[in-house]
Design a protein around this ligand. Structure first.
Ligand code: FUB
Ligand code: ZN
Length: 625
């Protein structure tokens, strides 16, 4: 990789926006998730597997993964906001997980309780390696953030077990739901052992080759019967089509993003972290373009259809019934981050930021205790976040993203420090052996001014690269001591100089309310515009308008006004002018158009991520103009 993520131990998020979320997760969100984990039997599955019992598995076959993801999220936030009770619950869960592991390293409570003889027979649907991947990720996080390696050792033992069965010269196969690949890469990074990365590489390259090992599983009717509905998703007009799980073509031939959105994202995240050669990079770049130029909501939400929890066709982006799963936006964030680190090109940061602040963040309530699975861009009322789901992938996923948010804001490279998203952070870095503390202060995402204070132990030359977001026409800079004009490269301002103790660089990113139109091929958005401010997409909610936003038409020529407010945790709001239609109408369903009555009106818009925090009223992102 050209860029490297900064270890979380070297990043302190001091930003008010994200700190509030992280603290709320420790105090409310993650304890509440743990209660759900207990009440829904997820922990009991481990207890019973540990006791060698049989039968009575509770919930979905991949429920173990929710526990792992919850642990991962806890590890991130506990490192900053210690909580004795939460830490105790985490350690208790880790003990149970370790006790449940089988002597050969296998660990999956569904199979251990229900079908021990059926292990690894239905890779299409049964998520054994998916769960293993989340276990490994949690183990790495617990070691990195809490200094405890017990869970990682469980993960290593399971990874070794998997490697003893699958791989070159052994059995072909990978999980129907990608995840193990990116986890194995993480495991190599954490242990320094390249064998896990090589196994991931082999799994990634082997998927999509013919004959398909997934297709072969259809002959094992006993195994398919474990989850027939999942297998049905792989058929197209009665023929095998691997699109749902990205087994349609070898990855190097991918162009259009297809199938289940989270699976696709996790696949491409891993591929981007493989040091890809030019051919693989091209495939990733083509597929990235297919997502971000033709199949992505303005919020960074992806996967419009609930039928396959995934992609459909170009420009098919319905608002009202958008699926746009929270996990898919989290996945897009991580893929953007991986490609950003691979290339150093800000176009990936632009999408990453869009997904973080909009499509992903809308998945969690402001108090962090309620969650959306689907993230529509319009509501006619009746939507509500809930405390948990039967299939609960999203709550711990958004929690782990928020817990590790610093990872996406900055990177380092040979050149120096890259600031992708300039929210408040303290970074402990080291350039050429010289410790350097960098502090970033800003009111992001609502304010445009950013101050970067640099404290090297002694003067040291390096570069600070500051991203120019796609939504900003201009970034003003004030960097004392810069000998030449700052250079620009791939969407970054490059400030190379001898940084001395006390140096301060200032940036002012032009941030103004902007009405955005969609490509006319997105039929749902014709005659509509969406409001944005900086990285945020805005929405009109009935709570503020006093009437359904569908009745409102904005005057996009009128000057929008940014309003500072104490509502919604201090989010900036935007007041726009326009007119509303009254619901008075002749006493009949249809009448001549003149019967409609209009009146001038103003609408106060709120950030999309904050919608539905004050009751289940109507909402609209794409507003009639
Ligand atoms: O299959 C595990 C997770 O559940 C997926 O990532 C989500 O889309 C949901 O299906
Ligand atoms: Zn999910």
């Amino acid at each position: 990789m050209r860029l490297r993520s900064i270890p979380l131990s070297q990043i302190q998020v001091v930003d008010p926006f994200w700190s509030r979320y992280q603290r709320a997760l420790v105090e409310l969100g993650l304890p509440a998730q743990f209660r759900q984990i207990v009440e829904t039997g997820r922990l009991r599955n481990f207890e019973r597997a540990a006791a060698g019992e049989r039968g009575d598995f509770d919930g979905y076959r991949f429920n173990d993964s929710d526990v792992y993801k919850w642990i991962e999220a806890c590890a991130y936030v506990l490192a900053k906001y210690p909580s004795e009770t939460l830490q105790r619950d985490v350690l208790h869960a880790i003990d149970l997980i370790a006790e449940a592991q089988m002597p050969d390293g296998y660990l999956n409570t569904y199979f251990q309780l229900m079908h021990p003889e059926m292990r690894w027979r239905n890779l299409i649907a049964m998520h054994e390696m998916y769960c293993a991947g989340h276990l490994i990720e949690a183990g790495v996080a617990v070691l990195e953030c809490l200094g405890d390696r017990k869970l990682l050792d469980v993960g290593i033992k399971f990874a070794d077990h998997i490697a003893s069965i699958f791989g070159p010269g052994k059995r072909r196969g990978a999980c129907g739901h990608q995840e193990i690949e990116l986890a194995l890469i993480k495991l190599s990074d954490a242990t320094g052992d390249p064998k896990y990365r090589e196994l991931a590489r082999w799994m990634i390259e082997d998927r999509g080759q013919r004959p398909s090992y997934f297709e072969k599983e259809f002959a094992d009717t006993e195994a398919i019967a474990l989850c027939p509905a999942a297998a049905d998703l792989l058929l197209h007009k009665g023929q095998y089509s691997g699109e749902y799980l990205q087994d349609h073509l070898p990855i190097r031939e991918h162009s259009d993003v297809v199938g289940h959105a989270v699976r696709a994202m996790y696949f491409y995240i891993a591929a981007a972290q493989l040091e890809p050669d030019a051919e693989l990079r091209d495939a990733l770049s083509r597929t990235w373009k297919s997502v971000t130029e033709r199949r992505m909501y303005i919020t960074g939400g992806i996967g419009p259809s609930g039928d396959n929890e995934g992609f459909t066709t170009d420009y098919d982006l319905p608002n009202l019934n958008a699926y746009a799963e929270t996990c898919a936006a989290v996945g897009l964030t991580l893929w953007g981050s991986a490609l950003l680190n691979l290339t150093g090109n800000s176009e990936y940061a632009d999408v990453m930021e869009r997904a973080i602040y909009n499509g992903a963040l809308a998945g969690i309530s402001l108090d962090t205790t309620h969650y959306f699975y689907a993230n529509p861009l319009e509501s006619r009322g009746g939507n509500a976040r809930v405390p948990w789901f039967g299939c609960a992938c999203c709550p711990p996923n958004i929690a782990r993203l928020i817990g590790s948010i610093g990872r996406y804001a900055a990177s380092i490279s040979e050149e120096g420090l890259w600031i992708h998203i300039p929210f408040g952070m303290e970074l402990d870095l080291n350039f050429s052996g010289v410790p350097v503390r960098v502090q970033i202060d800003s009111g992001y995402p609502f304010e445009s001014k950013v101050v970067v204070s640099v404290e090297p132990a002694s003067p040291i030359e390096f570069e600070i690269r500051f991203r120019i977001p796609d939504w900003a026409d201009n970034v003003e800079t004030e960097i004392p001591g810069l000998e030449a004009e700052a250079e620009y490269s791939d969407g970054y301002i490059c400030a190379r100089k001898l940084w001395k103790p006390g140096d301060v660089a200032k940036f002012d990113i032009e941030m103004r309310p902007r009405w955005i139109s969609a490509d006319p091929r997105v039929r749902d958005n014709l005659g509509r515009s969406a409001m944005t401010l900086g990285p945020l997409v805005y929405a009109a909610e009935e709570t503020d308008l006093g009437f359904a936003p569908q009745l409102f038409a904005a005057d996009t020529a009128a000057e929008p006004e940014v309003i500072q407010s104490s509502k919604l945790e201090g989010a900036s709001m935007i007041r726009v002018a326009g007119e509303r239609i009254f619901e008075t109408f002749p006493d009949q369903l249809y009448a001549e158009t003149q019967a409609l009555e209009y009146e001038e009106a103003v609408a106060t818009l709120i950030p999309y991520y904050a919608w539905c925090n004050r009751g289940s009223t109507s909402m609209q992102v794409w507003i009639r103009t």
